[in-house]
Design a binder for this molecule. Sequence first.
Ligand code: TXA
Ligand code: MG
Length: 337
Amino acid sequence: MTNAQYPSVNAQDIARAVDVLSKGGLVGMPTETVYGLAADADNRSAVLATFAVKGRPVNHPLIVHVAGPEALPYWVRRIPEEAVKLAEAFWPGPLTMVLPKAERCGDFVTGGQDSVALRCPSHPWTRALLQAWAGPTQRGLTAPSANTFGHISPTSAKHVADDLGVRPEGKLDMILDGGICEVGLESTIVNLTGNQPQILRHGAVTRAMLEAVLGCPVPDAGGDAPRASGRLKSHYAPSTKLELVPANQLENRAAALSGLRLAVMAPEGVFENASGVVLRLTSPVTAQAYAHSLYEALHTLDAAGADRILIAIPPQEPEWAAVNDRLGRAAADKDAS
Ligand code: TXA
Ligand code: MG
């Protein structure tokens, strides 16, 4: 990971968030991946309120965020050896593990499934919050990404304020402003409930990193995988139609779209100064930098007042899997899924 520059943790804000959450309130919470919409994972009505606020179907399971591996026995009924190894290697950090759920875990969290997704985030604000929150029963916080269902995920407190807002005008009780998310894409999700570990969602913890720790192949999950809303084809989508175009075909594509206002993201030196372009962003050159700024870039491109967004297809190497996955979903035809 890169060296993140987060504002220093404000203890008063953390104490207020604990108070709000204890009363069943909803808190916009910074993590190193994206901002989450936090609620007390043991409180049915608080958790159900997060679905209502997002406009998300209630059968979509949520991730429970915990203070550390010490929480595993409180939420999981059988802890596979792989979970211990992965927690040791990647927690706190952008890895979520799907595990057999313990009795404690309500259907309102798991969408009725027999498994629960657990993650221990590394963002200093969320670490402080979870440590203050956990208590003797290792309480957890459910937190879907803090955006309206199907919208682009938020990577700053401003994104959350613009999309969901704070009461009385908005929908949340408070938003913790922990700065810009370092990773920028949702956590990697690994399913550890089957015979073999499988990737349900690509993220900053790559397949190669998982395989190096586990010493076995970690394939993508097949079509029979547990429900994961990030697996819907059209997800993380801007409202402006978005096309992915090979960099060397941008000029041709723009010519074919002549008359339309275009918002473009392409590598430096490619398709510069073209006519009809109302906004041009430069593609970051590393997968980490691209991931870090992708959602911010999508927000900006979407707000440019263009008729069409054109993005040059990034490299296809394995470390770009999460970036290409999210771009593919952002470009998916909404009507077709
Ligand atoms: O980086 C992240 O994971 C962010 C931050 C806030 O932590 N959270 C996030 O939550 O992306 P959400 O709800 O937007 O995505 C969680 C994903 C969904 O695709 C959900 O279906 C999947 O996790 N999931 C949760 N529980 C699961 C389970 N028991 N089995 C399979 N998938 C599960
Ligand atoms: Mg989401």
